[in-house]
Design a protein around this ligand. Structure first.
Ligand code: DGJ
Length: 732
């Protein structure tokens, strides 16, 4: 990582690895350079901090100073369109990053550069901090830019503080404020609902503001996730075009404003949603916003996603370089209807299947109001005595004796009104005291702004681990949104949405301090809560309750732009009309699990899944740690194709599926591979064949990487072969 401080004009470029202090120069540049890109800030003579460039890095750093001189756009009367952190109420006329009311009631803010400091954290990571202050009020904002050199990723956030004679109210408090210059901007955004997560829409941004946001409180992503991509000049394809990916690392209400300004430039303001959240800040108190991450690529969506996936595995996802457990879940095979005897059979099935762990889902707890459906019991985390007379510990021991691990489902942030928890602690529940209660899946959300509730939620999970030290996995669910968002104990109700997420993170922080690596799945009635704020505490997420493999091809495709395959929990279930092989192949494209009744599988099906688990174990390192290439887009083609290539380019796995069932549809043309070494030879074999079937592809045939990438291979996908997995191994 190199950050240069360049004095504009004729002065020589000053290259500094560690820079600190005040700038005396009239106008100075602060480029944040990564392997391929540069985000260049400039301190103006009046000490405004502006963004003058965000694009491919230049060979000669001093030339960043020339960038503004080659634009002939209309004038900017306020000089603030490209502000690096846009204040409001003074000169600014466009969407601000920050809005405040000062202690004296004045609402104007003007932030000017004071100092900057660069800390080199290691060979890859650096942290730039820039301090801005209001010349009139004792109010300051520190901007943070953590850059990841090799991955071309930047995380940006801010810390807001003041020393005024009374409280200040923050009305808007963005994490990042970007400025991009291009001929046109093409936003790929996502919306969804239960079982319909990550539905993409791509459109040209027009002048004015497009806002992506959530106001749902918990499981904030149900309707809209906090990730987006913007192509510059034209919609990027997998391999071509310039594209910016970004996301807010916040597991609650977020807001991303994309404003095409009067000069035709794109401003992006991203962070916590300020909706219903004016935040009172006492003197000397610091308000730190969550990071917003972004990366830019001029080599298309594929390159951008591989950078993000690598960054996530290296730095964000918990245990991103570690291993994961394959599992058998009982949700869809039993729902709430099970007992010890049934679970004992399922433990044996887990072993028979060959997976690592049995995951006991919802329905194991509550006695006064037993959890026999989703109307009661949530919050009462004592094992149900009639279903499990010997508690959880005996199941954990039994699993151990059967040679498998044991995991358990919890939804500790939630409560059914029909529960002892609700009876005992009505003040722990999020509700408006004077209004009728409103339920989502018959439940309410607990008030995590209350430290006592934080202790309770921590205690639910901690208690399970303390009583069952061999417990190996947690599925952490979160099914309800927040209606009537209010706390019985919070002094300042407008802090509620922000403090809820902070409370949640406090609990997760405590759990991870005590149980640093136990795998935990971030589940939210499907993919209702996935972001890099949460994923620093979780090893994986549940993309959707929709496990119809045909639907999953599309859902997993979209998630894969932003999250690595190893984080995607994919379960084989009975959803959809596809054969077991198709369902299993699709689930293998991430972290494999099953939620089927093993005892009801035909001998052939059982043989197939057993051998699929064993082949998964031999290729999972390539799927989890390799580079992912989306070869054939299911939205545009009859065949979907995704490839994973290991770091050494010696092994790769190609998944192919028929997604169009009209007459004659199939892989009429060969599909070109990517990411191989053109100079090496690769031996192809088809894996995951269903017992009794054979491959039409010649076994062991060798092709050069050059051929495979220029001409391609035909996986022979058609109505009679709807799912095909090929392995390419270097032939030495
Ligand atoms: C929603 C989850 O997405 C499902 O997998 C399952 O765990 C249920 N909740 C249980 O209530």
């Amino acid at each position: 990582m190199k950050i240069k401080l360049c004095l504009t004009g004729v002065l020589p470029v000053l290259v500094l690895l560690i820079v600190s202090g005040r700038l005396n120069a009239q106008s100075a540049l602060i480029p944040i350079e990564t392997a391929n890109n540069a985000l260049v800030l400039r301190v103006e003579p009046n000490k405004d901090l502006q963004t003058v460039y965000f694009g491919r890095r230049l060979a000669t750093g001093s030339e960043y100073a020339l960038v503004p001189s080659v634009y002939r756009q209309s004038s900017d009367p306020s000089g603030m369109f490209n502000s690096a952190y846009t204040s409001s109420g003074s000169r600014n006329l466009i969407e601000p990053a920050i809005t405040v009311t000062h202690a004296d009631g004045n609402y104007s803010l003007d932030l000017r550069f004071v100092s900057q400091q660069l800390t080199r954290i290691n060979d890859d990571v650096s942290l730039l901090t820039v301090v801005l202050k209001d010349p009139v009020y004792d109010f300051e904002v520190t901007l943070y830019y953590r850059s990841y050199y090799k991955e071309d990723v930047i995380e940006q956030w801010s810390m807001i503080r003041h020393h005024e004679k009374g409280n200040v109210i923050l009305h808007k408090f963005a994490s990042a404020n970007l400025h991009l210059q291009a001929g046109s901007y093409w936003l790929r955004q996502y919306h969804g609902d239960w079982a319909k997560e990550m539905q993409p829409e791509e459109s040209r941004l027009t002048h004015g503001i497009k806002t992506l946001d959530s106001k749902l409180g918990a499981r904030a992503n149900l309707y809209q996730p906090p990730v987006f991509m913007v192509s510059l000049d034209r919609p990027a394809t997998e391999d071509e075009g310039t594209v910016l990916y970004g996301g807010v690392e916040w597991s609650g209400n977020f807001r991303v404003d994309l404003e095409v300004d009067p000069q035709d430039n794109l401003r992006i303001l991203a962070g916590i949603n300020n909706y219903a959240s004016p935040y009172t800040l006492a003197p000397n108190e610091a308000f730190t916003t969550p990071p917003c991450w972004y990366t830019l690529s001029d080599k298309g969506k594929g390159d951008a996603s591989r950078k993000v996936q690598r960054w996530a595995r290296d730095y964000k996802l918990l245990d991103g370089k570690g291993t994961r457990l394959t599992l058998l879940n009982n949700w869809e095979s039993t729902y709430f209807d099970f007992n010890e005897a049934r679970l004992a059979e399922l433990l044996k099935d887990t072993k028979k299947l060959g997976v690592d762990l049995f995951l006991l889902d919802d329905g194991w707890f509550a006695n006064k109001y037993p959890r026999n459906d989703d109307h009661a019991g949530l919050g009462d985390w004592q094992p149900n005595k009639s279903k499990l007379p010997n508690g959880i510990s005996s199941l954990v021991k039994e699993a151990h004796a059967d040679g498998v691990k044991f995991g358990i489902w919890v939804e500790p942030e939630m409560v059914n009104p029909k529960s002892e928890l609700y009876e005992q602690h009505p003040d722990w529940v999020i509700k408006q005291p004077k209004r009728e209660e409103h339920y989502f899946r018959n439940q309410l959300v607990l008030d995590l702004t209350n430290p006592k509730v934080q202790d309770f939620v921590f205690g639910v999970v901690d208690g399970l681990f303390t009583q069952n030290p061999d417990l190996a996995y947690i599925k952490w669910d979160c099914n309800a949104v927040m209606y009537n968002a209010a706390s019985a104990t919070l002094k300042d109700q407008s802090h509620f949405y922000v403090d809820y997420v902070r409370g949640l993170y406090k609990v997760l922080e405590r759990l991870r301090a005590k149980y640093p690596k136990v795998p935990m799945m971030l589940c939210s009635g499907g993919g209702g809560r996935v972001d890099y704020g949460a994923l620093q505490y979780f090893t994986e997420f549940w993309p959707s309750d929709n496990t119809d493999p045909l639907e999953r091809i599309f859902i997993q495709w979209e998630y894969s732009y932003f999250y690595p395959a190893m984080a995607s929990s994919n379960h084989v279930t009975d959803w959809g009309k596809q054969p077991l092989k198709f369902r299993t192949d699709v689930a293998m494209m991430g972290k494999l699990g099953f939620d089927v009744v093993v005892s009801k599988l035909s001998p052939q099906d059982l043989k197939f899944v057993q051998s699929a688990v064993s082949s998964y174990n031999s290729i999972k390192d390539v799927i989890w740690q390799g580079d992912q290439f989306r070869l054939s887009d299911p939205s545009a083609n009859s065949v979907a194709s995704v490839l994973y290539v290991d770091e050494g380019k010696s092994r790769s796995i190609m998944f192919n599926y028929l997604v169009n069932y009209r007459y004659g549809a199939g892989s009429l043309l060969p599909i070109r591979l990517k990411g191989l070494d053109p100079a090496r030879n690769y031996r192809v074999s088809e894996i995951n064949l269903y017992p009794g079937t054979s491959s039409p592809l010649e076994a062991g045939k060798v092709y050069s990487g050059d051929f495979l990438m220029k001409v391609g291979i035909n996986p022979e996908v058609h109505a009679g072969r709807t799912s095909v997995v090929l392995m390419f191994e270097e032939a030495r």
